[in-house]
Each structure stands twice: as structure tokens, then as C-alpha cells.
Write a protein that binds this ligand. Structure first.
Ligand SMILES: [Zn+2]
Length: 475
């Protein structure tokens, strides 16, 4: 007996990425083709609501296990084409997906490491109806197609959490994370496209993201809304240093966003190159109800807004060149999701993960010691992620029913390396165990330790904050 070796000839219709403005149907076709090339590391899915005219909002996900959160693997997202007539980001994200897939298949070590250590979500188009209007009307108008089909600007349609946070500040209540439950009124109805993204943010533990626009060339960071109501005013967030670094990670890896030698956009334009290609949002112009600040104030996510160039709807023959100008920045910014620290919070006795623990950070670098008054929380498997710039810090983990624990750490952020791991095992503050186990004789040593935890003002501060918030809901 001998076996005949059959040579299987599989007809492969190679998918080749085409530089063009892909319409709303072609967008899905491109994502499906990429999934076919990279079936084990990608998934194409749609957000919870379609656009008003019924076009689904499609996302392509890259991960070693697509479809679910893996503990200690940070989640990242890029969103483009939120303003329907700002279309470059849409094509860049389609190309980025194609590029990541090809590089992974080619065995490119960097692409493989990025995908194996990160869960990446790309939403090339948040406003397909606006894109259709802009495209049908020639794509040259400054505003046509900007809004959704109800004429609502989606980047003004998010609940205005800045206002809640600013009023907290006035009440000396420095509580500025996970504020969505404090919203008690909306200035306009939440649109389906916005609702989709809110639900996405609330159900996915994103760590870092960027939102692509057009009309200028700059990386814009929180806050987008001014404290005083002024149209232009630097509006500093507690993570100002980290946000400036993140914005620079994009601008300095872009062909010339960082450079003072290019012309400003339009007659009234500002040369952001003079400040390294970055700007605080409100220092440029104040935006209430924007998506960027909503991410930071409603979740653990840090988001910046990237303006990709003067031309909102560039001709198709410029797209490939724009990809070359943005490619390194797109990749470098994704790697930033691995900066700072990450870890797992567990119960010291049972070893079970502790979700919803609070991670507070104090910057103790040099003489510039301060609390970063923006806490992150651990997610379902007790894992947490805290973006930080290089320096010395004290990190404290809190959870009701446990003694807080503080660890001093150093952050170095070596390039293309996972975040430094800092785990916490928290000890319950329940009454102490008796010596004989039958209620006779208290273990005084254990009791003393339990009742006299290391003095920690922050712990007290947090309880005051939570109590105040509970008893004095904002008007
Ligand atoms: Zn825009």
C-alpha cells in the first residue's frame, strides 16, 4: 500500500487594499476581507445601535483571543469619521487594519508582540450618514455632512461630565472619575451613534484611545471644556503631564505635525507646530459634550483628539501619502497603552480577584510631590491599568471592607514593553479571629493591626468624598 500525496490547489483570490474613499458598504467588505486573511486574531462586530439611516457601526478587533477581555491585556480603541465630512481617519483605520493583519502574517515581531499583548478595536466610521451627505455633495464644503442625520454634532452630544466635575471642584470635592451616574439632565437627546459609543465605553475596559478629525493638524488633549465658560482657556486635568506625553507620542511620530515649519490651516489658523504639534483642548476652543473628556470622566479610558490635516476630505490620490505620514504615529500611539503600571488586586486570604477597587496615585518624583486626583478602578478580573510618565510614585489600592495598601514604585516605560506589573493583596478589615476559635480570648496582635492601619489621609478623604456624594447629590 502506498499513499498518494494529493496536492491541494486552493484558489486564493488575494485581497489587495485599494487607495480610495470606501463607501459604507465597501467599508464592511474591507473589514470582512481582512478578517478572512487573519481569522484567528480578528473579529468584526457592530456596536449596539445603527446610524439613523440604518447603517451599522462596524468595528474590527485585533487580539490573540478576539471577543473577550483577557486579564492584564489592556484594551485600546481608535475612532474615526465622527464628523461625517472629516474622512481621512476612516481610510487610515482601514489601512491600519490591513497593515496589522499583513505584518502579523508575515511574522513581523513588533506587530505580533503588539497584537499578543493588546486588545485593539478600530471603528473607522462613527457617522456613516454624515459621510454619505458629505460624499454626495462633493466633499468640499466645510460643514456639509459634519452632523448625523438629525443635524446633531456627535462631538457635542455626550453627557457634559466636565460641568459635573467642575461643580465638584467648587465644592472641594475632587471626585472626577466614573461620573456618568451623576448626570441628571441632558441638553439634547442622545443620538443612536453616541449611545452606541457610550455603551461600548461602559462595557469595555478601555485604557487608551484616540478620535480622528480633520480641519487642522494637531494632537489635542483634555480638558476640551473650559472651567470659566471662556471660549479659550487652558483647562488642566489631573493627568496633564501624562496627556501631554500621549499627545506628543502622536505628534512627534507624525511626518510634520510637530514641526513649526508648516503653514497654519486657513487664514485664521494657528501654527500648533510652535508648541510641538499639541494643544490643550479648551486652550484652543472650548467644547462642551465632547467624546474625549467623556471617556476620561466616565471610565478608566484616556483619550486624545487628533486633527489629521487642513483638508477634511482629501482627494483619493493623497490617501497613500497621508498613510505614510501617519503610519509611525498610529503605531507609536498604540504602544502607549503599555506605559505606566498594571496589575491585579486580590484578596490576601482567598486569592480571589477584587473588582472595582480604587487605584490612587501620588507623584513623588523629585521635589514636585502631588496627588494625581483622578483614580482608576480595577475591572472584572481584579486587573487595573494606570498610564503614567516615567518617575517615582506611591500607589494605593482601596476597597470597601479591606485595609488600604500602598506601594512605592518607579516607572521607566521602556519602549515596546508591557507596563510594569504591580499587584496588590488586600487584607479584610473584618473583626479579628479569636485565639481558640470559639470566641474566647481575642488575638490582640491581629486586633491591633486591624484597628490601627498605617495612617492614611487619602483613605479618609475618599470616604468623605463618597459620603458627601451619597448625601448631597448635585443639583
Ligand atoms: Zn471634527
Amino acid at each position: 500500500m502506498f499513499k498518494i500525496l494529493a496536492i491541494l490547489v486552493i484558489p486564493i483570490v488575494a485581497y489587495a487594499f485599494e487607495w480610495k474613499h470606501h463607501d459604507n458598504k465597501e467599508l464592511k467588505t474591507v473589514l470582512d476581507a481582512i478578517h478572512e486573511k487573519c481569522p484567528t486574531i480578528t473579529r468584526v462586530y457592530q456596536l449596539s445601535h445603527s446610524s439613523i439611516r440604518g447603517v451599522p457601526l462596524y468595528v474590527i478587533e485585533f487580539a490573540s483571543k478576539p471577543g473577550k477581555h483577557t486579564p492584564l491585556v489592556p484594551e485600546f480603541k481608535y475612532i474615526a469619521n465622527m464628523h461625517g465630512n472629516e474622512v481621512l481617519g476612516r481610510e487610515l483605520l482601514l489601512k491600519l487594519a490591513d497593515y496589522l493583519c499583513d505584518k502579523y502574517n508575515e511574522g513581523n515581531a513588533e506587530a505580533q508582540k503588539l497584537i499578543e499583548t493588546t486588545r485593539i478595536h478600530l471603528l473607522p466610521c462613527m457617522n456613516p450618514d454624515g459621510w454619505q451627505v458629505a460624499t454626495d455633495t462633493g466633499g468640499k464644503d466645510y460643514l456639509l455632512g459634519r452632523t448625523n442625520n438629525h443635524s446633531i454634532d456627535l462631538n457635542r452630544n455626550f453627557p457634559d461630565l466636565d460641568r459635573i466635575m467642575f461643580s465638584n471642584e467648587l465644592g472641594h470635592l475632587e471626585h472626577n472619575n466614573h461620573l456618568l451616574s451623576m448626570v441628571d439632565r441632558l441638553t439634547q437627546p442622545i443620538q443612536p451613534e453616541t449611545r452606541s459609543v457610550i455603551e461600548w465605553i461602559m462595557t469595555t475596559p478601555f485604557v487608551l484611545s484616540a478620535n480622528f478629525h480633520g480641519g487642522d493638524l494637531v494632537a489635542n488633549y483634555p480638558y476640551d471644556e473650559s472651567r470659566s465658560g471662556s471660549t479659550t482657556e487652558y483647562s488642566r486635568s489631573p493627568d496633564d503631564e501624562t496627556f501631554r506625553h500621549l499627545a506628543q507620542a502622536y505628534s512627534t511620530n507624525h511626518a510634520d505635525m510637530w514641526s513649526p515649519n508648516h503653514e497654519p490651516c486657513g487664514l485664521m489658523g494657528y501654527n500648533f507646530g510652535k508648541q510641538g504639534g499639541i494643544t490643550n483642548g479648551a486652550a484652543w476652543y472650548s467644547v462642551p459634550g465632547g467624546m474625549q473628556d467623556f471617556n476620561y470622566l466616565s471610565s478608566n479610558d484616556f483619550e486624545i483628539t487628533v486633527e489629521l490635516g487642513c483638508e477634511k476630505y482629501p482627494d483619493a490620490d493623497q490617501l497613500e501619502n497621508e498613510w505614510e505620514r501617519n503610519k509611525d504615529a498610529l503605531l507609536a500611539y498604540m504602544w502607549e497603552v503599555h506605559s505606566g503600571i498594571k496589575g491585579q488586586i486580590k484578596d490576601a486570604v482567598t486569592g480571589k480577584p477584587i473588582p472595582h477597587a480604587i487605584i490612587h496615585v501620588r507623584n513623588i518624583t523629585g521635589n514636585n510631590v502631588y496627588d494625581i486626583m483622578h483614580d482608576v478602578t480595577s475591572v472584572h478580573d481584579g486587573d487595573y491599568y494606570r498610564l503614567l510618565t516615567p518617575g517615582d510614585y506611591e500607589v494605593t489600592a482601596y476597597k470597601d471592607g479591606y485595609l488600604p495598601k500602598t506601594q512605592p514604585i518607579q516607572v521607566f516605560n521602556p519602549a515596546h514593553t508591557e507596563a510594569r506589573r504591580v499587584d496588590f493583596e488586600l487584607v479584610s478589615n473584618l473583626p479579628p479571629v479569636t485565639l481558640d476559635g470559639y470566641g474566647n480570648g481575642i488575638d490582640y496582635e491581629a486586633y491591633h493591626d486591624a484597628m490601627n492601619p498605617r495612617p492614611n489621609d487619602l483613605s479618609k478623604r475618599w470616604y468623605q468624598v463618597l459620603l458627601k456624594q451619597y448625601h448631597n447629590p448635585p443639583n
